[in-house]
Design a protein around this ligand. Sequence first.
Ligand code: SF4
Ligand code: SF4
Length: 504
Amino acid sequence: MKNLGLTFFLVGLGLFLSLFFMSDYQLSNEDFKSIVKQEHQESLLPEIANILEKPFSNAISFANAIDHAVNTVNEQMRATQQWDQVIYDNYTASLTRAATKGIITEHPTTLFLLIFGLVIGGGVIFSLAGKNSPPGIKNNGIFFNALNNRGWIGILVGTILIAFYILLYFYDAHIMNWIILVDPLQKWINPSATSSQWFLYGFLYTIAVTVMGVRFIMKYRHSKYQIVRTISVMFFQLALAFLLPEILVRLNQPYFDFKNMWPLDYDFFDAWHINMLTSAGGIGIFMFAWGITLFMVGVPVLVYFFGKRWYCSWVCGCGGLAETAGDPFRQLSDKSLRAWKIERYLIHGVLVFAIVMTGAVLYNFISSTNTIFGLDTYTYLRKPYGFMIGSIFSGVVGTGFYPLMGNRVWCRFGCPLAAYLGFIQRFKSRFRITTNGGQCISCGNCSTYCEMGIDVRWYAQRGQNIIRSSCVGCGVCSSVCPRGVLNLENRDEEGRFVKNSFIE
Ligand code: SF4
Ligand code: SF4
């Protein structure tokens, strides 16, 4: 059963990847005129004339030819100081989409059902087959495994993930076949919408969380805590992060993810976002107020009672992906003191960066300016943050490096919201992991499988409570402990910072 599921999954994945190469591209004059704005057609036409009606065998060469034509026009306009003629619109993706010809444009629904049927069906069969083996971790040569310990399969998976994120963020025209592939689903949800790279990403993300969530539940089925919190992250990803925002758009309301909040949602206070929400009437105002209330009131109150786990391990999409798709790699987190030190500098540095950037953006919004202390806010703060943190750190490194550095790279080293939650958890919360040190046999399972790089055994051997700001309360240390030493608790604050009394 396991091999059957794996075969279905790999065939589906192979078809998905090979679709990348399966189209021809030919741009017609009519499509050019219907997509490019009238004021740009005249200047662009001489440069694009040799592309029109010419067949290209791959998206990369076609998109590069479009980019080259637009860049050439812009250089000419800048050289002759015709600033109003410079083209800022990005036509590459829409022209590539119009030029795409082949099996994907002829049979998108069939391919969608075939590919994702194989991927999802195979993944679920593979996951359910886990019920044939005992629950929990096996410790059966995990550090000799080519996938789980940075072997060739792990490096291959990491390389594919990194390449995917780079294409997704910076070269959406190159993955047009995949974007068109999910168009049937986009049309089922909202007939007037056309799929984008973000819809594709949301769909793949949701598949990863739900299919691998089934695997996680089967693996940790001896723990009620793990079952319930995994169902929770699957629900939040599917319902709140993927479906609800699309349904809102269908109802002519703003796209809004109710569980995402500043500073993770770093463009929440951007002028375009505030304007979009406040101009949408009552529901938009409610969304804006909800977003502010969530991080100003919801976070402190809920972290006080439950620790940061209420968000990082039960609600968050990044955490949801890490816990499910990233579970095979959780043992790769670095447990050294050096990594802990880097973690503290980096994550708090990102939080400070997010606060400064947001302060500047808000100042610009309120004062109707674009600069702060004479510097252009977008160029010097907003754009670098979006590129370095929003794209490279959270996406390319945060997920692409799962098979190399463990599944919580982003949550541990980069997420500004995790830093904020962790700060409250460390100093003002009822949450702690208590350790019944007398029972510890020093097997090290807890430290090995802590995705946040916490040396749990060190605390357990001393009977010391774990109140580390980075602990996301996933509870896996407790689930893999053979002696029942570790317990996640929300008790009174009193006694939180001292060793357990029986050791004293
Ligand atoms: S200490 Fe335990 S609960 Fe906390 S992050 Fe590590 S494994 Fe999860
Ligand atoms: S606390 Fe449990 S898992 Fe960790 S070293 Fe001790 S016995 Fe092993």
